[in-house]
Write a protein that binds this ligand. Structure first.
Ligand SMILES: Cc1cc2nc3c(=O)[nH]c(=O)nc-3n(C[C@H](O)[C@H](O)[C@H](O)COP(=O)(O)OP(=O)(O)OC[C@H]3O[C@@H](n4cnc5c(N)ncnc54)[C@H](O)[C@@H]3O)c2cc1C
Length: 471
């Protein structure tokens, strides 16, 4: 590290007080680094990568460190081949380079946070569509590298579909400059795609050009009580057909989750005096027509018997309260008392979500009696944040001993339903080996061939995403 310290100085190359970088959000994963390097330009990233690659030092890229799969920190037991590891933090690369209103694009460095980008674009009357709970810390580079999803995917697509151009530094320090603002380009292999969703295993994303959208003048949120889980798909279909494409969020929440949010955050108001079992948080975004369309959609749903009640947010405080509940439902906040839970981020075809719930509960209960399940999430995309935990009647030791079997059974069920085990959180270190069972040999051969062509020394984010070959 002496070389890099000499060149860049001690405010760029940190070697003490690294704890905050060495462990991730919620301190779930942690691993040792010999230094944290915080370059300010693409050229500096290039020098760091070339130096590390030439000197047998591994590099773990880190954005906002909010990833939920342990991708942004070194492995607890270090590099698989014993190399020292450096964390490369993109935090200093936080400039919005330009917003082009005519093209409806923005060019931005990787370390800009999602929220800062949303706000800057909104000030120009444009929408940067991706949005999720960690918006204040998560960075665009991290979002691109995990192909993040969130609340607005249903209407505007995932991070991948916003990326028009990209700049990345390859493991040997060469810079791929693909910062083009084109909506069409039919010139062969689209190199930028290799850096989207690959969590820094092929290089560091340093900047991107994103497509922007017209900023909707009106958003209206309704909190809707379903007549039962079976009503989910009919309600979704009805919303799509009646709303003329205005639906921008369709989030499923169980009463159990809301009860726990209110226990932890008493300021959260329950929208209804009489609870139901399942709710949908529905948002329409558009122009002046939004209120009328939403009212008609809800009327039709009530007439069809798929919803029993609905509350419309009439003020921004009410709107904030509804979204506060949704942001707080994720079990890290609500299920702490159970501990020992297993979390899933699967996606399955949207029309099979209810069937999946119906199958998953009995399946895990048949393996370890008393195992409970809990699910919520971006269900309009078929994306379930599904959780499993030992209920009060479960034998905890049996549950823990058979954890792998329980997780394997849910993964298998996901594949049986035509799904994927990671919809939006990525793979990191947590799901690396589980992924091997989802991908075909041909797919894994292609992935490994690309990795060894671009990163023959296994410098970039070792031990993440790409499954080890099975012996
Ligand atoms: C409360 C909460 C709610 C969340 N909700 C959602 C949600 O709804 N939808 C969703 O998709 N995610 C969600 N997440 C997960 C997380 O915010 C996303 O995965 C996000 O994309 C991570 O961005 P980050 O900048 O924090 O990346 P990090 O956590 O720092 O890194 C994530 C991965 O990308 C790599 N990486 C980071 N920056 C770069 C770069 N510039 N170049 C190459 N590789 C890089 C890292 O090595 C790591 O493998 C949530 C997280 C929290 C804490």
């Amino acid at each position: 590290m002496g070389m890099l310290r000499e060149r860049f100085g001690t405010s760029t190359v940190l070697t003490t007080d690294l704890d905050g970088y060495e462990s991730d959000w919620g301190s779930k994963h942690a691993g040792p680094a010999i230094a944290v390097v915080r370059p300010s330009t693409t050229n500096e990233v290039s020098i760091v990568l070339a130096t590390c690659d030439a000197n047998g030092v591994a590099v773990v890229p880190q954005g906002g460190n909010t990833g939920l799969c342990g991708g942004s920190v070194p492995l607890a037991d270090g590099h698989p081949e014993g190399k020292p590891t450096v964390i490369l933090s993109l935090t200093q690369m936080n400039r919005i380079l330009s917003i082009d209103v005519d093209r409806a694009t923005v060019t931005v460095e990787a370390g800009v946070t999602i929220q800062a980008l949303q706000e800057a674009c909104a000030a120009e009357g444009l929408l940067f569509a991706p949005d999720w709970g960690a918006r204040g810390s998560a960075q665009v580079g991290g979002g691109i590298s995990t192909n993040a999803g969130g609340l607005n995917v249903l209407r505007w697509g995932s991070l991948r579909s916003q990326v028009l151009g990209l700049e990345a530094v390859l493991p040997d320090g060469r810079v791929y400059d693909g910062l083009r603002a084109l909506r069409k380009d039919a010139t062969g292999l689209d190199v930028k795609q290799m850096f989207i969703g690959t969590e820094g295993t092929l290089g560091i994303v340093t900047a991107a050009v994103f497509a922007l959208h017209p900023l909707p003048s009106t958003h209206r949120t309704a909190f809707v009580a379903l007549s039962g889980l079976d009503a989910l798909m009919p309600f979704f279909t009805l919303c799509r057909s009646e709303s003329g494409g205005l639906v921008s969020a369709f989030e499923l929440m169980p009463e159990d989750g809301i009860r726990r949010v209110r226990e932890n955050a008493p300021q959260a108001q329950h929208p209804f005096s009489e609870p139901s079992e399942w709710y949908v948080l529905l948002r329409l975004s558009g122009g002046d027509e939004v209120d009328e369309v939403l009212a008609k959609t809800l009327e039709s749903a009530a007439a069809a018997g798929v919803i029993t009640d609905a509350v419309l947010a009439a003020t921004s405080d009410q709107e904030q309260n509804l979204w506060f509940i949704r942001d707080e439902v994720p079990p890290p906040f609500t299920f702490d008392e159970y501990g020992n839970k297993y979390k899933f981020d699967m996606a399955i075809p949207v029309d099979r979500v209810v069937e999946f719930f119906d199958a998953a509960g009995p399946l895990v209960d048949s393996i370890v009696a008393g195992t409970k399940t809990f699910g919520f999430g971006h269900v309009g995309d078929g994306n379930l944040h599904f959780n499993m935990y030992p209920g009060p009647d479960a034998d905890l030791e049996d549950y823990l001993t058979r954890g792998e079997e329980l997780v394997g059974a849910i993964d298998e069920l996901t594949w049986t339903f035509g799904g994927t085990i990671s919809a939006e959180h990525g793979i990191g270190q947590v799901m690396r080996q589980r992924l091997a069972r989802q991908k075909s040999t041909v797919e894994l051969d292609v992935v490994r061939a690309v990795k060894s062509a671009l990163d023959p020394n296994n410098t970039m984010n070792p031990g993440k995403v790409i499954p080890r070959p099975q012996s």
